[in-house]
Design a protein around this ligand. Sequence first.
Ligand code: FES
Length: 109
Amino acid sequence: MTWHKTISAKALKGAGGSSVKVGDEVVYIASVNDKLYAINGVCSHAKCILGIIEPEKLKVKCLCHHAEFNLTDGKMVTPPYVAPDILMDKLPLKVYSVKEENGFIEVDV
Ligand code: FES
């Protein structure tokens, strides 16, 4: 794994959360109450790019079918509305280490 420089910490703080390309991966990074989070940015249901952050619940919602993922552990916490019986525990997203370095967000991918 290697640390990769992504967007500025100021830009992330303004957005709350954002999907960014990191090497060959897409990573969803978020800043909530001065804490950083990074999970895989490709929805495990049907591969849409995440998403809209719900900072008060530490979740990100996929806009395709509204599945929701916990930012702290990548677990799917709400199923897609088109597949309410999906096995959510089989569809977690990978979690990455993330840090701020010299004003930029870095992710270990
Ligand atoms: S692709 Fe994300 S909920 Fe369906």
